[in-house]
Design a protein. Structure first.
Length: 72
């Protein structure tokens, strides 16, 4: 029984990793990610610091809704 639960856990982890990878690939094609109002960008001569606060909040809300739908 322990082997079966370990196998299922590995499958779930693999699915999560694939979904995160797909999101990262697709997020490069969406121009507004990281450029929403509320995202902080600090640029100097050789340095750029991006703090995507609004993007992180939006991603958190979307993931919370998706996970709540999956869990039910």
């Amino acid at each position: 029984m322990a082997i079966e639960s370990l196998g299922r856990m590995l499958i779930y982890i693999g699915i999560i990793v694939v979904l995160i990878g797909g999101f990262l690939v697709l997020s490069a094609k969406v121009p507004w990610i990281g450029r929403l109002p509320g995202d902080i960008v600090y640029r100097r001569e050789n340095t750029t610091v991006l703090v995507p606060i609004t993007t992180m909040i939006l991603a958190s809300i979307v993931l919370t809704i998706i996970l709540n739908i999956i869990r039910r």
